[in-house]
Structures are given as C-alpha cells and as structure tokens.
Design a protein around this ligand. Structure first.
Ligand code: ATP
Ligand code: MG
Length: 561
C-alpha cells in the first residue's frame, strides 16, 4: 500500500516538476519577449528622437531661409524707397535751379551777362535732368527685358571724338586733365551699338570725373589682337573703392556707401545699367581700384568685324581729323534755310520753342495743333517739310502720316516723338516718315535733320559777289564733284603699287586742293609726295588711305575760301 502511495507521490512530484519546468520555460519566454519589447521600444524611441531632431533641423533651416528672404525683401524695399527718395532729390535739385534761374531771367534789373549765365545754368540743369530720366527709363526697360541694341559699323575715331567732346568739358570744369591715349595700331572701326557703347564709356568717364578732385582722367584704347576685341580703360586719380565694396557696385541702386549719396549725389544706376548693356553687347566689364589711390574701369568689346592689315590706323593724326571742339552750351551755328515748314504739335510750349528754332533758321512756319489740322493744311499748301508730333489729340501723327501718304503726299515728313525705341522708329518709318527726331529736341540735331530736307537759303549777297568769287565758287564746286573719282584713282594706284600714276595724281591734288579752300588735303598730299620721292613705298598705302579719309571728311565741311 505504502509502496503504491510512494509511487504515486513520486509520480505527482515528477508531474509537478514538469509543470514547474514548463512554467519556467514560459516565464523565460516571457522575459525574452519583454527584453525584446524593451529593445524595440528603445529603438523606436531612438528613431523617434532622430526624426524629431531632423524635423527640428528642417524647421530651423526653413526659418532661416524664410527670415533671409524676408530680410532680402525688406532690404530690397528699403533700397527701393531710399532710391525713390534719392531719385526725387536728384530730380528736385536741377528743377529748383531751372525754376530759380528762369525767374531770374525775367528780372528786369538783370544784366545781359547775368541773363546769359542764367540761361546757361538752365540748359545745363535741364540736360542733367534728362540724363536722370533716361537712366530711369533704361532701368525699367532692363527690368522688363525690353532693352534693344543694334549692330552697325562704328568708326573708332568718331566714337572717341564724341567721348572727348562730352567728357573733356566736364573734366575741365573740375580742373582735371582729360586724355585719350591711342595704343597704335588700332582697327578703324567696330561693329556694335554706338549709342550703348558710348553710354557705358561716358558712365565710366563721368564717374571718374565725379569721384576725382585732382589729377587726371585717362582713356586708354587698345586692340586685343588675340580676342579681336577693343579694350577701353578709364582710369582716374580719385577716391577709389575698397575691395568689399566692389562687389556691390553693379547691383541696382547701390552706391559704395551711403555717404557717397550725400557727398556726390547720383542715383546709383550708372554702373548697373552699364553692366546690363555690356552683357547685351557681348562685352566684359572689369574694375581695379585702390581706396584713396584711384580706380580703373574697363570694358572689352568684340570688334565683330575683321580689319584688313592695310586698314589699320597707324598714325595718331588719323584721330585728329575727327577732332571737334569741346561742347559748349551757348554756341550753336544756326543754318540759313528757306522755305515753309508745317509744325504739327499739340504742346503749346513746344510749338513756341520749335517755331522759334525754325524762324531763326529763316523758315516760314505754320502750326497745326492736331493730326486733322495737319492733314488739312498739308493738302492745301506747299511745304518743304512737315514736322509731325506722334502723340496728338483727334488724330495722331501716325494716322495723319498714313493718311497723307495714302493721298499721295510726296513731301518729307519727320516724326517728333519721345518714344524712340528701335521698334517705334521702325514703325514710324514704315508708316511713311522719312526720319525721326527725339524729344526733348536737341537743337544741333534738329538743324542737322532740317538741313537734310530743306533747301539752304540763297546767299543774299550772291548778286553782289564779284566775278572772281563767283568763278572761284563754281570752280570749287567742280573740284569737289571731281574729287571722288580722283580719290578712287589714288586708291587704285596705291593698291596696285603703280607709283608712277600715283605720283602724278598726288601732285595734281597737292597743287589744287589748297587753292579751293582745302589746305589740309594739300598738306597731306605733300607728305605722300615726299614719301614717294624718298622711294620708301611700304608705308604709302596707309598714307594714301589716311589722305582719302581726310579728303572725304574735308569736303563734308564748307571750304575755307
Ligand atoms: N571712378 C570711381 N571712383 C570711385 N568710386 C566709384 C567710381 N565709379 C563708381 N564708384 C562708386 O560706385 C557707385 C556706383 O556708381 P554708379 O555710376 O552706378 O552710381 P552713381 O555715380 O552714384 O550715380 P549715377 O551714375 O546713377 O548718377 C558710386 O556711387 C561710387 O560709390
Ligand atoms: Mg555714375
């Protein structure tokens, strides 16, 4: 019995032990699971933290970007408003002078000298105001990508002469020396947009003059043979620019520092516009400057044409032929013309001003205040020229011109307009205008255009001219008429190395030109003759090319009889 129960007990114990074992295993599994869950939780927590960090980083970055954008927008707005404030200052300053000096002009007690001084000041300030407005217009064209450039053949001597005429006067007014240095040989011409290239160079020159109080402003012109570029360097002995300011200069509205505005004025647009123009011309601008020492702004412009070796300018006298006296506001030569002109213009002040210009040139003027009147008058009277404003009430200038042309009106019509973008000009020509004059009208340009279309007045004393003068005048005309064929013959002889023929041609030209009032042709012919006599023929083709250029230039001007 006991044995049996012992057995049972042992069995129970074993069963219990098995159960315990199973229980232990379950517990261990549970512990394993727990550990695994802990691990997973830890991992998840780490992932979460990483994610959190990433999000936070992203937020910080985004905030930085946003706040930088906001700062930029605020700075741009600030730059624009300070630009506007500065601009209104730039506009008010010349206007104040214009109004003030115009009032002085009306003062009956003023002397003639004071009046002429007032008038000069008004003109100078008016021109400056026009420059400021042109800059603003250029800026808006740049921002709307409407700035157009053209590509035409530009003679280098003429381009440099224009720069000299415009910049030398300003430099002189500040007692600065102004020189253009030609590094010969130079190509005679380049193919580019002359107006825009001159704008860049004049911006450089006017900055150089503005920021220098003593010393010299100098323009160096070099031929970059390898790149077939022309390099213009404008250097000054002025205040200079520090390295960290240089980067900002080509941004719009930027001046080296705010005190510049106070001290020197200006809108801060010049260099920005220059840079944009240079990009359009395929040119490159560089700056080199030392604070307190001076600056050098350069522009390298593609020639866009190949100069033949014989064409190269090798003599600095080639530049002198184009030399014109420095620009002066008061001395404009009024041509003597004859005929009747119709001025179609609605602005009363412009009517008065242009009528005065026309009458001063000896012309009879009829005024029409709108296109309809212009058409009626043009069809009822004979006019040597019609000056046609474009924007007019009732019928504008384009419509009036088209109407007249449709009616078969044959006379010349010149458009007068403030919209002189290339596309506008092309449109005016298309609708029948022969030429376009920009407003505000430049008096010199105005007379030039008039002379193209209107007859020159008969000299009143022509009848009283003695026999000799009349004969000489006729002979001079004959000489000028024959000159082109003489020059062609000279060119042929020099190119064909026919020295014998050249000698006789040159000798005749030398003997005659001076007597007909062209001593400069005689002088150059004498040099060629001397060269021929010396037997050194290699420089002859260049000398002949110079002679031809000078002769063509000379007969474009009146003979010094
Ligand atoms: N030759 C120079 N010497 C010293 N500083 C110059 C020179 N040229 C330009 N700068 C600096 O560059 C700035 C920008 O020149 P920019 O021609 O664009 O404007 P501006 O001359 O101030 O005004 P604006 O030409 O529109 O009348 C000038 O304000 C000046 O600080
Ligand atoms: Mg400037």
């Amino acid at each position: 019995m006991f044995r049996t129960s012992d057995k049972t007990a042992a069995a129970i114990i074993r069963a219990l032990e098995r159960e315990l074992e199973a229980e232990r295993r379950v517990q261990e599994q549970a512990r394993g699971l727990l550990i695994q869950r802990d691990l997973e939780t830890a991992n998840a927590r780490r992932d979460l933290k990483e994610l959190n960090d990433k999000v936070e980083l992203l937020i910080t970055e985004r905030t930085q970007v946003l706040s930088a954008a906001r700062d930029e927008a605020v700075a741009a707005t600030r730059a624009k408003s300070s630009f506007l404030a500065n601009m209104s200052h730039e506009i008010r300053t010349p206007l104040t002078s214009i109004i003030g000096f115009a009032e002085l002009l009306l003062d009956p007690k003023g002397t003639a000298a004071e009046k002429s001084d007032s008038a000069t000041t008004i003109i100078r300030n008016g021109r400056h105001l026009l420059e400021v407005i042109n800059d603003i217009l250029d800026l808006s064209k740049i921002e709307t990508r409407q700035l157009e450039t053209e590509r035409i053949e530009v003679a280098l001597p003429e381009l440099l002469s224009d720069i000299e005429v415009l910049a030398a006067g300003r430099a002189k007014a500040k007692s600065l020396k102004f020189t253009i240095v030609h590094h010969l040989p130079l190509p005679p011409a380049l193919s580019t947009d002359p107006v825009r290239l001159k704008q860049i160079l004049l911006n450089f020159c006017s900055n150089a003059i503005k920021f220098s109080s003593q010393g010299e402003v100098r323009v160096d012109v070099r031929h970059d043979l390898a790149r077939q570029h022309l390099l213009f360097e404008v250097s000054d002995s002025g205040i200079g620019i520090s390295a960290h300011q240089i980067d900002r200069l080509f941004k719009p509205f930027a001046q080296a520092d705010v005190s510049t505005t106070r001290q020197f004025g200006g809108t801060g647009l010049g260099l920005y516009i220059s840079k944009q123009l240079a990009d359009l011309l395929g040119a490159e601008i560089k700056v080199n400057s030392k604070l307190g020492k001076g600056s050098c702004f350069s522009v390298s412009v593609p020639l866009n044409r190949v100069a033949k070796p014989l064409e190269m300018l090798t003599d600095s006298r080639d530049f002198e032929a184009f030399h014109r006296p420095a620009f002066e506001v008061t001395s404009i030569e009024v041509p003597e013309l004859s005929g009747r002109v119709l001025l179609a213009e609605d602005g009363v002040d412009n009517q008065r001003l242009l009528s005065t210009y026309l009458r001063q040139a000896g012309l009879t003027v009829d005024v029409a205040s709108n296109g309809k009147e212009a058409v009626a008058q043009a069809l009822s009277k004979d006019y040597a020229l019609i000056l046609m404003d474009i924007q007019m009430p009732l019928m504008d200038g384009i419509e009036a011109t088209m109407y007249l042309r449709a009616e078969g009106y044959p006379g010349p019509i010149v458009a007068l307009t403030a919209n002189v973008m290339q596309s506008d000009v092309a449109r005016y020509r298309q609708c029948g205008c022969d030429d376009v004059l920009a407003k505000p009208v430049d008096r010199l340009q105005f007379y030039k255009v008039l002379q193209r279309f209107v007859d020159t007045a008969q000299q009143p004393d022509l009848e009283e001219e003695d026999e000799y003068t009349r004969e000489l005048r006729a002979l001079t005309e004959e000489f000028c008429a024959g000159l082109p064929s003489t020059l062609t013959a000279i060119s042929r002889a020099s190119e064909g190395a026919d020295w014998h023929a050249l000698k006789s041609l040159i000798h005749t030209l030398k003997g005659t030109a001076g007597s007909y009032g062209y001593p400069q042709i005689t002088a150059m012919a004498a040099e060629v003759e001397a060269q021929l006599a010396s037997g050194q023929t290699e420089t002859l083709p260049t000398m002949c090319a110079t002679l031809i250029r000078r002769a063509v230039r000379a007969i474009g001007e009146p003979a010094a009889l």
